[in-house]
Design a binder for this molecule. Structure first.
Ligand SMILES: [Fe+2]
Ligand SMILES: [Fe+2]
Length: 274
């Protein structure tokens, strides 16, 4: 199985475009899966440079509805006529990030909503529980929030006034089984990285986590959350941890201090083979 980072906040090659967002191209068991789509600006250009034909996308999985993960949907759906979409129904709801009293929309952009609306209903799979996409690839469905120290990671609300906190219930992860453990892909880990990894292990009879790749959203993490996350990762002992996107540079530096070589920061253009 092969994972290519198509969109990320960082780039591995100067000709690629960086963007605050995430998109992973997964090739496994004859399927081509696009896990998140970035904001839309970098996806097409980077895919072309990296030799990825988005027209051949079989499946789009949305980790959650935020604009920096769902913004490229329209351009993919225009080219991949038979694409199937897997996501939680919450991805389409209006949502905002509110700081200093100013609400910024962070929901799915209009062109993506229109594209989703035009998909044949049989091609949309609304997920409210775990689901296997194939023999070895699974989706977590909603992730139970069990740890005391993890939260959604930001000032997220479902209304402009900031009265209804957004629990990011739509947040989900994808996993793949390999001979030597689970490879887990996350979008922003709004459910918490540790909650996510524990949930995926529970769904797979406690199998070992071989690798985790994606956004960890630890930018605003308290020192307590960071310390407890590091302690949990030490116990889980993944061979490889690839923080991308919204993980936060300071947090990644702390992770590297604590866990050393197994932490290697991701960037658009990087390819991982398992
Ligand atoms: Fe994000
Ligand atoms: Fe997000």
């Amino acid at each position: 199985m092969k994972i290519t980072i198509l969109v990320d906040n960082r780039i591995a090659r100067p000709e690629l475009r960086a963007e605050h967002g995430l998109a992973l191209w997964i090739e496994s068991e004859g399927k081509r899966i696009l896990f998140d789509t970035g904001q839309g600006g970098a996806l097409g250009k980077n895919a072309k440079i990296l030799g990825v034909d988005l027209g051949k996308t079989d499946i789009i999985v949305l980790s959650h509805g935020h604009y920096d993960h769902s913004g490229g949907m329209a351009q993919v759906m225009k080219r991949a006529k038979k694409v199937e979409l897997y996501c939680h129904p919450g991805v389409i709801q209006p949502r905002y990030s509110i700081s200093d009293g100013i609400a910024t929309p962070v929901h799915m952009p209009q062109p993506s909503l229109v594209a989703l609306d035009r998909l044949p209903p049989t091609h949309i799979h609304w997920l409210q529980q775990p689901l296997m996409l194939s023999a070895q690839i699974g989706l977590s469905g909603p992730i139970p929030r069990k740890t005391s120290y993890e939260d959604s990671g930001g000032p997220f609300y479902l209304d402009l006034q900031g009265k209804r906190p957004d629990p990011l219930s739509d947040d989900l992860a994808l996993w793949m089984q390999t001979g030597s453990g689970l490879v887990v892909c996350v979008g922003c880990s709004h459910a918490g990285l540790v909650n996510t990894l524990n949930h995926v292990r529970r769904l797979n009879n406690g199998q070992k986590i071989r690798a985790v790749i994606g956004g960890f959203h630890l930018r605003n993490a308290s020192s307590d959350r960071l310390a407890q996350t590091i302690a949990a990762l030490r116990q889980l002992e993944p061979d490889m941890v690839v923080p991308c996107h919204c993980s936060g540079e300071l947090a990644v530096a702390e992770l590297r201090n604590a866990l050393g070589e197994r932490i290697s920061m991701g960037a658009a253009g990087m390819i991982y083979q398992f």
